[in-house]
Design a binder for this molecule. Sequence first.
Ligand code: FDA
Length: 307
Amino acid sequence: MLKRLLLYLSTATWARNVMTKWGVARRVARRFVAGEMLDEAVQATKELNDKGILVTLDYLGESVAAAKDTEEVVSTYQAVLDRIHKDGLNASVSVKLTHLGLDISEELCVNNVRHILTRAKQHNIPVTIDMESTAHTDTTLRIYRTMRDEYEFNNVGTVIQAYLYRTEKDMADLASENAHIRLCKGAYLEPADLAFPQKADTDQNYVKVMTQYLRANTNAYLCIATHDEAMIVAAEKLIKEERIAPDRFEFQMLYGVRSNRQEVLAKDYKMRVYVPFGEAWYPYFVRRLAERPANLWFFMKSFFRTA
Ligand code: FDA
C-alpha cells in the first residue's frame, strides 16, 4: 500500500512542487544523488573508481514535454562523455528516453539518442537506455534495436524488468541477439495484468531469467542490477558452479545503497554503480523511498528533527 502510494507520488506534479521546496528533502536526497552539478558526479565517480568500482553516470530527468528542453539534455550528456574521456574515468552513461523527448515524438527521441551514441562511440564509452514504465517498453526495445542494428552502434545496451510477465520471452529473444542487458526488478507502478503484484513472484522470475540468460550459449552480456542478497547469492552460486566467464556479466547497484557490499563484490567481480546527478532528483528519490520503508522513516526523522 505504502509502496504504491509513494510510486504515485513520484509522478504527481503537486507533490514534486511541495517536496522540492523543502531543504530537508534535498539534503536527504543527497544520500542517493551525487549532487546537482557534473563536478560533484565526477568527484563521486573518482572515489568509486579508486575503490575498483565502475560507474554509470545518469543525468537526472524524465518526461520532458518541450522539444527545446531536450537540446540541453543532449548537450549535457555530450559534456559528460567528454569529461569521462578527458579525466580517464571508468564510467559509462545511462539515459532515459522520456528525458530525450519520447513523450513528444519518437523521431525526436531517436535523433537525440543518436547524437549521444555518436559522441559516446568516438570516446569508446558504453550507453545504457534505462527502462521506464510499461507505456514505453515496446518503444524502448524498438529504439534500442534500431540503434544497435540499423545504426550499428556496438556501444548500446538496455534494461529489462523482472516484474513484467513478458520478460521471460524478451530475455530469450535478447539472449539470441547477443544483447547487453541490465536486469533489474522494476521500479514503476504497474497494473496486475502486466506485472507480478507479489514481490516473491518477481524475485523468482529474476532468478529464472538471470539463469536462462547466463546459461544461453551466446555472447550476451548481463548486468545483474540488484541489492537483494538472495539474488546476489543465487547469481554467485550459478557463476561459480557453471563457470560463467567474467566477460559475460557484471554486478550493478545504485549510488548510496549497500556501499559496503559494493566494495566486497568489487574484489571478485566487475561491479558498477549507477551515479545520478542533476537538479531533477525528485522522482528518482521518491522511487528509492518506495523501495525500502526504512528510507522513508529516515527521511521523516530528518524532517521532524529540522522542522
Ligand atoms: P528489493 O527492492 O527487493 O530490495 C532488496 C534489499 O535491498 C532491501 O531489503 C534493502 O536491504 C536493499 N535495498 C533495495 N533498495 C534500496 C534502497 N532504495 N535503499 C536502501 N536499501 C535498498 N528500475 C527500472 O524500472 N528501470 C531501470 O532502468 C532501472 N535501473 C537500475 C539500475 C541499477 C544499477 C539498479 C541497481 C537498479 C535499477 N532499477 C531500475 C531499480 C530496480 O528496478 C529496483 O527498483 C531496485 O533496484 C530495488 O530492487 P532490488 O533488486 O534492489 O531488490
